[in-house]
Write a new protein. Structure first.
Length: 436
């Protein structure tokens, strides 16, 4: 470990990056390459954020994990970066030296992370099968498991709520890493600069009452569709969850939460049009005979090459229907019934049926600073930036910068650009205030 460790479990770094998604990784690599010591704190058991969970990326259709994994590995092996995973941020304050004092809780994995070698023998012998949220809940994981095959770090964790305490994992572990008695541990990171890269979360499906509150089996989220389309997804092909059949018609519902004041989200989530077009294109390759329809209010193809991407999808046969979907129902014939207000020539309230429906749920802030950090959120809940035009990484707290979707929904290109900007701001700030 390249940090200075005291008996009080205080680790000192030049900068701390909160969030190990693509924004946090890019910022930390940019700072570490300049010689700064960086701590990355991630609440998940692996770094990589949403991007490591995507199939391919618009508008190039590059494999997402092929781009993300090298950055994850580069951060993990960088001599100036220390990664703390499975950690909860408790508070960010300032001490009298004007350093950030960040209180963090290491959540128990019930596996000693210094001993675990990621061999997964514990996972193979565990008798419990549970829905694997990393695969959209479509396949199973064990009660002790490594999150997924390219997770970083490759360290197992035990799910205490579902473990039977049968002890099989403990017996088979070659390094005696399983520890049923692990407790949460608090420690402090002190740093001169900080970057918030806490990203976004999708609005829970349960909140969408008009779209079935998650109770209609063949109504899924866009992140679940990413897993169905991924090369190492749950089925290795696109099947609908209720009966394992290949869907013959698939609908994408845009603005299923965004731009909808009744759900408290009046803003546009910015990436949904493009990722739905991407998924529709990938689907038309995976299921060449399927009818694919996108129900939309407007198509926002604002980035470089995005309009052409949209036009290509229409040329490939993806149908675009302008209309707001009001209601979804399951039907006896195993179809999902949809009622929408058409803005097309035929107009009026229309109905349609599809085998599988994908919702573009709104994107919410990944973290709320309330009570934990003095930085201000904007009216939409994302971190507020004080000079959004001239210095988009600046927050209203000196020395604390923001990167990626933490300040608002955005695509990977804008995330990477902002992460570089945040690193540059932090580097300038560290230069002005001196290295620790
Ligand atoms: C379905 C879907 C498909 C998409 N497809 C594309 C695409 O094809 N092309 C494209 O350009 N964009 C796409 N996007 C957008 C893309 O996912 C984002 O641009 C990108 O993930 C933003 O990265 P980020 O690091 O800012 O946030 P995230 O990926 O959300 O990462 C944030 C990280 O911070 C961690 N974190 C949060 N709070 C804390 C805390 N308090 N303490 C510690 N850690 C914390 C989280 O666990 C997470 O690992 C898609 C989005 C969705 C929803």
């Amino acid at each position: 470990m390249n940090a200075e460790k005291s008996t009080m479990q205080i680790f000192k770094f030049d900068a701390i990056v909160i969030g190990g998604g693509i924004a946090g990784l890019q910022s930390s690599l940019d700072l570490a390459d300049q010689g700064f010591k960086v701590a990355v704190v991630e609440r998940d058991a692996t770094i990589g954020g949403k991007m490591i969970r995507l199939s391919k990326v618009f508008p190039t259709l590059d494999c997402s994990s092929c781009i993300t994994t090298p950055k994850m590995a580069a951060a993990a092996h960088h001599e100036n970066i220390t990664i703390f995973t499975f950690c909860e941020l408790e508070s960010i304050e300032r001490n009298t030296d004007n350093h950030f004092v960040v209180r963090i809780t290491q959540k128990p994995r019930y596996v000693d992370q210094d001993k675990c070698i990621g061999c997964r023998k514990c996972e193979y012998v565990c008798p419990i099968y549970l829905p694997d949220s990393e695969q959209g809940g479509f396949s199973a994981r064990k009660a002790i498991y490594v999150p997924f095959s390219n997770a970083v770090p490759q360290i197992a964790l035990r799910d205490p709520e579902n473990c039977l305490l049968c002890g099989k994992c403990e017996k088979v572990c070659p390094t005696r890493a399983v520890d049923f008695f692990q407790e949460p541990e608090e420690f402090i990171v002190e740093s001169r600069a900080a970057i918030l890269a806490t990203g976004f979360e999708m609005m829970p499906l349960e909140k969408n009452v008009q779209y079935g509150s998650g109770q209609i089996p063949d109504v899924i989220t866009a992140l679940q569709m990413e897993r169905l389309l991924a090369p190492h997804g749950p089925y290795n092909r696109v099947l609908r969850p209720s009966d394992g059949m290949e869907p013959e018609s698939v609908a994408f519902i845009q603005c299923a939460g965004s731009r909808d004041k009744s759900l408290g989200l009046s803003y546009c989530s910015r990436v949904c049009c493009m990722y739905s077009i991407k998924q529709a294109m990938l689907l038309s390759g995976a299921l060449p005979l399927a009818d694919i329809t996108v129900y939309y209010m407007d198509i926002r193809a604002y980035g470089k090459g995005y309009e052409q991407f949209f036009q290509n999808s229409a040329a490939m046969g993806v149908q675009f229907v302008k209309g707001k979907v009001a209601f979804l129902n399951g039907s006896d014939g195993g179809k999902v019934k949809l009622r929408y207000e058409s803005q097309e020539k035929d107009g009026g309230v229309q109905t349609a049926e599809h085998d599988l429906v994908v919702l573009s749920l709104g994107l919410l802030p990944g973290w709320n600073p309330d009570g934990k950090c003095g930085v201000s959120p904007a009216s939409d809940g994302f971190i507020s930036t004080v000079l959004p035009k001239s210095a988009p990484a600046l927050t209203d707290m000196e020395g604390l910068f923001v990167a990626g979707a933490a300040s608002g929904p955005k695509d990977i290109v804008d995330t990477i650009v902002e992460a570089g900007a945040a690193a540059m701001e932090a580097s300038n700030y560290l230069g002005r205030t001196g290295r620790s």
